[in-house]
Design a protein around this ligand. Structure first.
Ligand SMILES: CC(C)(COP(=O)(O)OP(=O)(O)OC[C@H]1O[C@@H](n2cnc3c(N)ncnc32)[C@H](O)[C@@H]1OP(=O)(O)O)[C@@H](O)C(=O)NCCC(=O)NCCS
Length: 140
């Protein structure tokens, strides 16, 4: 929980101008600790993933972010691999993630990790399409 408070305090270092603090639910971290992962450096938290495994066997990556000064070093990929391993150990057969249609960085990131992307109309309510990513497990 200390880690959650830390990334919320430094939220802009992970998400820039977008305010996603309300999606950082303490309940997720408390109840799905085995699939909520943190990458640490000497100067603090470099990246994290908050995710869980659904009863139907989907490893859902709710939030993944790396700090602005460590991007492009492969950390996001390593975090996803660690999440995939953890989710697989807990019964996941596939991975899923969702991002906003305009998040080109997230789209490129997920595609480079082998996810298929589908735009789903009304995913987030009437007129609010989202991009849904799918990838089978284990990762190749
Ligand atoms: C998306 C994010 C997690 C990527 O983290 P990262 O540590 O920079 O990713 P990596 O260095 O491990 O890159 C992995 C691959 O994705 C690609 N990639 C990552 N970000 C990219 C971008 N913005 N544009 C194009 N490609 C990108 C890399 O080129 C790399 O490809 P390769 O391995 O084939 O060479 C990071 O930019 C971030 O935290 N963004 C803000 C939060 C966010 O939008 N999260 C995703 C939505 S939930």
């Amino acid at each position: 929980m200390t880690d959650l408070h830390q990334v919320l305090a430094d939220h802009h270092r992970y998400w820039g101008a977008r305010d996603l603090r309300s999606l950082h639910l303490a309940a997720l971290v408390r109840e799905f600790g085995d699939t909520c992962l943190v990458a640490r450096g000497e100067d603090g938290i470099h990246g994290y993933v908050i995710g869980f495994v659904t009863p139907a066997g989907t490893g859902y990556a709710h939030l993944i972010a790396t700090r602005d000064d460590v991007r492009g070093t492969g950390l996001g990929r390593r975090l996803y691999e660690a999440f995939a391993d953890a989710a697989h150990r807990h019964g996941a057969l596939r991975l899923k993630a969702v991002t906003s249609v305009g998040n080109a960085g997230s789209l490129a990131f997920h595609r480079s990790l082998g996810f298929e992307a589908t735009v789903v109309d009304d995913y987030d309510g009437p007129g609010r399409a989202m991009v849904v990513f799918h990838r089978d497990l284990p990762l190749g």
